[in-house]
Design a protein around this ligand. Structure first.
Ligand SMILES: C[S@@+](CC[C@H](N)C(=O)[O-])C[C@H]1O[C@@H](n2cnc3c(N)ncnc32)[C@H](O)[C@@H]1O
Length: 294
């Protein structure tokens, strides 16, 4: 497998610009890397599949008509489906809850919305909670799935500002299809010449966020291999070394599955090397890796 450090800004496809602001706040989102990731997509492909959609940073940056975004988290998918079907409804959901914070105080309103969500997980409450919770980290209790994040210290953006984001995102994804599905189902739909981009919940830090404790990378690799054998292009984001270096995500053996590995975050590591007079600092390097089957 060939390893490339991402360095050349010329590789970025100028057409693929990320949206000005995020629609949803989502821990582990690929907002920062979305342009770079898209720049490594094949020049030509048919349908785009994103089976671990989250806040859709890559799908929103690619902004391709023929796209399918899917996730196993139902209330999240309902937000996307509402964006596609009725963006005005999304604006209303946000605005109604934002007014509660004005009328009752931010923290009181947030806690009431959180209670409402926890008694009956639903898209309108999740939309507001993800935008207003502490650090934008929607966190669920492992035992019972209870959303436990406290209120954020920031003030949630105004309905006017949110409405602009809805319009921008709606324009980008207006022809996309959003599906509530397990990744295996989504990936089984991809045909020769299609592209699948995977950003799975693999890391230690995400275990309480997305139920990643039960996630099997081995199984994902089997599904990727099946896609590759059908002629589907697959790109996979995977955690690189963390600051401690000891948390490097150990990959299951995947002989011959990936043709290229791209280390996206080499800028920071180069800086570190420079600061340390060129000493090798493997443990300090923070990389976000992109593995490609093509
Ligand atoms: C790392 S996040 C994706 C972040 C996304 N790239 C972004 O920019 O926001 C992983 C997502 O996978 C979803 N997920 C977890 N297990 C899944 C499964 N078995 N099938 C489909 N989606 C799953 C989670 O709900 C979460 O939204």
């Amino acid at each position: 497998m060939q390893t490339l450090l991402f360095q050349d800004p010329g590789l970025i496809n100028e057409m693929a610009k990320p949206p000005k602001g995020q629609l949803l706040k989502w821990i582990g989102n690929k907002q920062r890397f979305a342009r770079k990731i898209v720049s490594f997509f094949p020049d030509r492909f048919n349908t785009y599949y994103e089976p671990f959609l989250g806040s859709g940073a890559v799908l929103g940056t690619l902004a391709k008509d023929d796209s399918v975004g899917a996730d196993s988290f139902k209330p999240l998918v309902e937000i996307w489906q509402t964006l596609a079907r009725s963006p005005e409804t999304l604006k209303q959901w946000y605005e109604q809850r934002w007014h509660l914070t004005v009328n009752h105080g931010k923290k009181e309103a947030y806690e009431a919305i959180k209670r409402s969500y926890n008694s009956h997980p639903n898209a309108p409450d999740l939309l507001f909670l993800c935008r207003s919770c502490y650090g934008g980290v929607v966190r669920f209790r492992q035992a019972d799935g209870y959303m436990s994040t406290p209120c954020g210290i920031h003030n949630p953006i105004s309905p006017g500002a949110f409405s602009k984001r809805v319009d921008e995102w709606r324009a980008r994804v207006k022809k996309a299809i959003f599906v509530h599905a397990e990744y295996e189902d989504t990936m089984s739909k991809a045909r020769k010449g299609d592209l699948v981009y995977c950003d799975p919940p693999y890391s230690h830090t995400q275990s309480i966020l997305y139920g990643a404790q039960s996630f099997s990378l081995e199984r994902l690799f089997e599904v990727i291999a099946a896609c590759k054998s059908r002629g589907v292009f697959v790109a996979l984001s995977i955690d690189g070394q963390k600051r401690s270096g000891r948390l490097k995500c150990s990959l299951p053996p995947a002989d011959g599955l990936f043709e290229r590995e791209i280390l996206l975050d080499c800028g920071r590591s180069m800086l570190k090397r420079f600061q340390m007079n060129g000493l090798s600092l493997e443990d300090e390097v923070v990389h976000d890796r992109l593995l490609l089957t093509y």
